[in-house]
Design a binder for this molecule. Structure first.
Ligand SMILES: NC(=O)c1ccc[n+]([C@@H]2O[C@H](COP(=O)([O-])OP(=O)(O)OC[C@H]3O[C@@H](n4cnc5c(N)ncnc54)[C@H](OP(=O)(O)O)[C@@H]3O)[C@@H](O)[C@H]2O)c1
Length: 271
């Protein structure tokens, strides 16, 4: 490699069109910030317009951090995903919007949408709850896959990155639903990588990460919970969205990573 020639590592996301579903808080918002910093054209979506507005102001206020200038204004669209009847039509409307009717296809789709669930004792679990817990975690990634060939540029440069969680491998009590659907996402990842080739499909498996998911806990509950999570990792830390977002960036930027699950969990499985 010539010493004076830029190798292009830092500009791999410049002008790339990236949609983050669940990009208005936590891990998804950190991914959106990072993509924008690298000069990508970022679209975020979630179910709450006020969260979208707040995320867009935050993303567009950070103009001075942009390293590689392309067309970098972030845009946000509302898309409710937790309704089985409307799921596919809502996703089609979102994809039509961000691709301007398929004229400008996406380079990358990141899926981090998730809601609070916590532990559900088996004794109160019924079939309705099983389905409800699976909509965001399992149904949505499959429908994203179904729509991908229409809205994502068909190329090994393109990618979809899904999200699971360490509970699917090392569950604590009461996590049957999360573990079940979480494992499902990892299976979907490999199958979609086959069905959608050459578009790459990967999954990030985060460990305990301090995001807005923890909002609303009173301090006397939150602090012991955070301490317990810290002691459940080898690093004795809890993840930050900025840490975990690196794994999503990697899956977009390494055009040879496909059908893989990447862990960002402070060594949770070993602790
Ligand atoms: N944080 C952790 O410790 C951890 C650990 C392992 C796995 N994970 C997984 O990682 C993913 C991201 O977690 P996070 O901690 O970053 O969560 P978060 O901060 O709560 O963000 C979740 C995102 O999903 C969106 N969302 C929630 N319900 C939605 C719906 N019905 N329709 C559309 N969008 C919806 C939220 O926006 P709206 O509220 O506006 O809809 C928000 O943008 C989740 O799948 C989570 O299960 C997290």
């Amino acid at each position: 490699m010539s010493e004076n020639k830029s190798s292009g590592y830092a500009s791999k996301l410049t002008a790339k069109r990236v949609l983050v579903l669940g990009g208005t808080s936590g891990i998804g918002l950190a991914v959106a910030e990072a993509v924008k910093e690298f000069g990508g054209k970022i679209f975020v979506s979630s179910s709450s317009q006020s969260k979208i507005d707040a995320a867009i102001s935050r993303l567009n206020a950070a103009e001075n951090k942009v390293l590689y200038r392309a067309e970098t204004k972030a845009q946000g669209y509302r898309c409710e995903l937790d309704n089985l009847e409307e799921l596919e039509s809502n996703l089609i409307a979102l994809f039509e919007h961000v691709t301007e009717g398929r004229r400008h296809k996406l380079d990358h789709v990141v899926y981090t949408a998730g809601n609070k669930v916590g532990s559900v004792p088996l004794t109160v679990t019924d079939t309705k709850m099983i389905t409800e817990h699976g909509i965001l975690r399992f149904y949505v990634p499959i429908i994203i896959g179904k729509l991908a060939l229409d809205y994502i540029t068909v190329s090994a440069q393109s990618s979809i990155t899904l999200t699971s969680g360490v509970n699917n491998i090392k569950p604590v009590a009461g996590r049957v639903l999360m573990a079940g659907w979480g494992s499902g996402v990892e299976g979907i990842t490999r199958a979609l990588a086959v069905d959608l080739r050459p578009i790459r499909v990967n999954c990030i498996c985060p460990g305990p990460t301090k995001t807005e998911l923890f909002d609303g806990f009173p301090d006397d509950v939150l602090q012991p919970l955070l301490e317990r999570y810290k002691s459940s990792t080898m690093t004795r830390t809890i993840g930050t969205p900025e840490d975990v977002s690196e794994s999503y960036l990697y899956c977009m930027r390494d055009t040879f990573v496909d059908g893989t699950v990447i862990h960002s969990s402070g060594g949770y499985l070993l602790a």
